[in-house]
Write a protein that binds this ligand. Structure first.
Ligand SMILES: [Zn+2]
Length: 106
């Protein structure tokens, strides 16, 4: 297993599956910050998560931030979760504010 495939921060949810590492800039003048991507759920996605540090609250989550194309790390987590066969729940799939730029696959 390469280091790329291992989480760099602690995350203690047993329903989460690690999706790999990612880097994201939180503002145009800020440096790139590494994070760990996760999907929470069994075969249908409950939420997607990007963790920036091991402290409990240092993460962002919410499937809607991915499907509305608001947080790039969560868009990437959604893409990777779908590649692993996870499905997007129908209410999120049918969200009227869903971004046309974010692909939802079956
Ligand atoms: Zn979880």
């Amino acid at each position: 297993m390469s280091t790329e495939e291992k989480p760099q921060f602690e995350h203690d949810c047993k329903d989460c599956t690690f999706l790999g590492r990612f880097e994201m800039q939180h503002g145009p003048t800020l440096p790139m910050e590494p994070c760990d991507l996760y999907v929470c759920g069994v075969s249908v996605i409950d939420t997607v998560i990007a963790r920036y540090a091991s402290e409990g609250s240092h993460y962002v989550s919410g499937l809607i931030f991915a499907t509305r194309n608001l947080i790039p790390s969560l868009v990437e987590a959604l893409k990777r979760a779908q590649a692993k066969g996870y499905r997007v729940p129908d209410d999120i799939r049918n969200d009227p504010d869903r971004s046309p730029d974010v692909e939802i696959t079956d």
